[in-house]
Design a protein around this ligand. Structure first.
Ligand SMILES: [Zn+2]
Length: 409
């Protein structure tokens, strides 16, 4: 992971001498209060940390040498509270936000990943656990805290140094109320406010978004969509959702629930969907359905209730029967995306999620349907590609969202 091992206490610590444990603690305490308050005088740092003026002074000198802070005569909170002209303005120490740290979470249906990153998006420490996210929100929040501690440990940092937190969740989040809405595969999360819950656990500013929205952010900031202002990110997994970036901005819709393409009805399909309708895209082209069909062609003798280990999807392009199943799922998803392409005229469609790992056969299937059903001029304008971030688009999107908070505070 990243550039540092778990034993290196700081990402830019000089390699020439090993600082003492006390010095590291002092340094971490300074970074923590500066992370929280932004700009402080040395006296304020001393008061807030309980450290002596000389210890603060020595640590500030070290941080200045490392370029982690700058010292200016910019007004501190105390200066602003003082009547104009009263008192001497002390030099103020400011944390350079380029060195701020963020914490990002990717919540999937069966996993949680926590990552510590700097504002350049470099992941410094990461930890993942596999658990039933949909049905156990309390346990998931407990796990988030444990995973954050592990990721911080691997990065050699402390929670107090984290400036902002962001998380992607695999469910519909109402941006008016911040609560999870039905229908959702996150059945036990409905009515919960995940940002408030995470805020209570971590006592830091938190933003939470839908996973497909985070995927779009991740691709735009760190993936294959960096040069694109109009893109559709498709998370094709247990559910199928789209994150929309329009004119360079994430589009959430009136209540934050845009992009639910998994519940667009396909003609001539009668399969019941969990939302209560029949013929939704998700009911015929989710990873669950595709795996079921792959078992049928790759292990034809398997009983319906038998657990069959399939090869990874990206190994199946050269297995004709499997590539046909994946291609058919691509054409089905492409049928819905063709309508979206007609409406939005995007420059790129980026396919992620578990099914997105199938690569070429899936992308070709989608391309076929978009060319067949979208208007030629808009079909021609859209580039359809698999995510290069693999299953990490959502995590990188959460990093980008947290960095946005950290650098604007
Ligand atoms: Zn549905």
């Amino acid at each position: 992971m990243g550039r540092e091992s778990a034993t290196v206490p700081c990402m830019t610590a000089p390699a020439t001498s090993a600082p003492s444990a006390r010095r590291l603690r002092t340094r971490a305490a300074l970074l923590a209060v500066l992370g929280e308050h932004g700009t402080l005088s040395r006296a304020e740092i001393s008061r807030l940390t309980g450290l002596s003026r000389s210890a603060v002074s020595s640590a500030v000198t070290d941080l200045l040498d490392e370029g982690l802070v700058s010292e200016t005569t910019a007004p501190t909170a105390a200066d602003l509270a003082r009547p104009a002209g009263r008192g001497r303005r002390a030099a103020a120490v400011t944390l350079r936000r380029a060195h701020a740290l963020v914490l990002a979470f990717d919540f999937g249906h069966t996993h949680v990943t926590a990552a510590v990153a700097d504002t350049a998006g470099t992941v410094l420490g990461e930890a993942t656990a596999h658990l039933d996210v949909d049905n156990h929100p309390r346990e998931v929040l407990d796990a988030a805290r444990i995973l954050a501690d592990r990721a911080l440990g691997a990065a050699g940092h402390r929670l107090e140094e984290i400036t902002a937190i962001a998380a992607g969740i695999p469910g519909a989040l109402d941006t008016r109320t911040n609560v999870v809405r039905a229908p959702s595969t996150l059945s036990q999360w409905i009515g919960m406010d995940p940002a408030a819950e995470l805020g209570r656990v971590f006592d830091r500013p938190v933003t939470v978004g839908n996973d497909a929205e985070m995927g779009a952010r991740g691709e735009r900031a760190y993936g294959t969509g960096r040069t694109v202002n109009d893109l559709v990110y498709v998370k094709a997994s247990t559910g199928i959702g789209a994150g929309l970036l329009l004119d360079g901005r994430i589009y959430r819709g009136a209540s934050g629930i845009s992009g639910e393409i998994g519940h667009i009805q396909l003609p001539d399909t009668g399969t019941w969907c969990r939302c209560g309708n029949r013929g939704c895209l998700e009911s015929v082209a989710s990873i669950v359905e595709v795996r079921r069909r792959l078992v049928h062609v790759l292990a034809p003798g398997a009983r319906p209730d038998e657990a069959v280990d399939l090869p990874p999807l990206d190994h199946l392009a050269d297995v004709p029967a499997a590539a046909r199943v994946i291609g058919e799922a691509g054409r089905t998803i492409g049928r819905v995306l063709a309508d979206l392409v007609n409406c939005l005229n995007p420059a790129a469609i980026i396919i992620g999620g578990e099914l997105g790992q199938a690569g070429a056969p899936l992308v070709h299937g989608i391309r076929e349907s978009v060319d067949r059903y979208a208007q030629p001029a808009v079909a021609e304008a859209v580039d359809i590609r698999a995510s290069r971030l693999g299953l990490r688009s959502e995590l990188y999107g959460a990093i980008d969202a947290a960095v946005a908070i950290a650098t604007t505070r």
